[in-house]
Design a protein around this ligand. Structure first.
Ligand code: HSE
Length: 329
């Protein structure tokens, strides 16, 4: 399985590291190798396989993953034979950015794609899936919602026989961290700074605090789990910038916390700060993500896990990669 990695920030590096950690498993499936990688400035190509650890070291030492200057990702994709594009460049919710172009290009050429890039999925979910279908390509995106928390594949594979009536959850670690720190009396700005230092926040943290990141995830769940045909602009979004310290103190007086909740069902598509009783599964603190899935036969199922992080998000990509290897075998 020949892989191209597009984007070599936290997630791209985490995936390279995980590939090297799981080399035995992957070699057993006929061998996985990274034949090309690019970031915003540079690229490296080697049909025989690039050493993942060397790539991480070079990125850390020079700020670039490759030695060649990048003119476009599509040129790199056209220059090398590959089977799977792992697209992990930063989210762009305005127009999907280069990430969207690279995904479309790969699918158009019948290549399988794994992405955690929320912009392209939130803007063009249906189009990308149609493109994949038309070209007999597989598009998987487990890590785009909830990071290591396996919500998409759980709903669409393990819970296949269920009628899922709603999903409510915490899908943004940065907001949850900020709100939890505010529960302890820390001002918003300071809590945001701490969250950024933890490396959870998006490149543009307004995506987190204005609810945009959660809205992207709600759209992805609506389209993939509920088979709806919605876009980012259909979501009713309120972020956490309007949550005052007074509101948090008032909630605490009533034994409640305020959490940013994303909700999706056949009719609901909403992101808003809500009052949650302390002790409720959705009252969790810190950077964890959690989701309460209501089903008709199995009843409520609650899951939680690390919503972001280097190896954590890479674990979701790895599960998608193994699923693709199984299907292609
Ligand atoms: N910025 C996101 C978060 C990262 O804070 O949860 C994962 O999508």
């Amino acid at each position: 399985m020949r892989i191209v990695i597009s984007g070599f920030g936290t997630v791209g590096q985490g995936f390279a590291e995980v590939l090297s950690l799981r080399s035995d498993l992957l070699n057993a499936g006929g061998g996985v190798r990274i034949v090309a990688v690019f970031d915003s400035k540079s690229y490296a190509v080697d049909e025989n396989g690039l050493d993942p650890i060397m790539l991480i070291e070079r990125k850390n030492a020079t700020g670039s993953v490759g030695t060649e200057k990048l003119s476009s990702g599509i040129e790199v994709l056209d220059s090398v034979g590959y089977d799977v594009l792992v697209e992990v460049s930063p989210t762009n919710i305005e127009n999907g950015g280069d990430g969207l172009k690279n995904i479309e290009h790969a699918l158009r050429n019948g290549k399988d794609v794994i992405t955690v890039n929320k912009g392209p999925l939130a803007l063009k979910f249906k189009e990308l899936n149609k493109l994949a279908e038309k070209n007999n390509a597989i598009l998987r995106f487990e890590g785009s919602v909830g990071g290591a928390m396996p919500i998409i594949n759980l709903c669409s594979e393990n819970l296949k026989g269920e009628k899922i009536t709603s999903i409510r959850g915490i899908f943004n670690g940065t907001c949850n961290f900020i709100l939890s720190r505010m529960d302890g009396g820390l001002p918003f700005e300071q809590a945001l700074k701490e969250a950024q230092q933890l490396g959870y926040a998006e490149s543009d943290p307004t995506y987190d605090i204005e609810g945009i990141d959660t809205a992207c995830k709600v759209v992805i769940l609506a389209n993939s789990v509920f088979r709806r045909n919605v876009r980012f602009s259909d979501v009713s979004i309120t972020g956490i910038t309007s949550v005052s310290e007074d509101a948090i103190a008032l909630a605490a007086d009533q034994n409640m916390v305020i959490r940013l909740i994303g909700e999706v069902s056949d009719t609901v598509l909403e992101v808003s700060p809500r009052l949650i009783p302390k002790g409720h599964p959705l009252s969790i603190s810190g950077t964890l993500n959690t989701a309460k899935i209501l089903t008709d036969l199995a009843g409520p199922i609650t899951i939680s896990g690390k919503g972001a992080g280097r190896k954590e998000t890479a674990s979701a990509i790895l599960s998608d990669l193994i699923a693709i290897m199984d299907r292609r075998r």
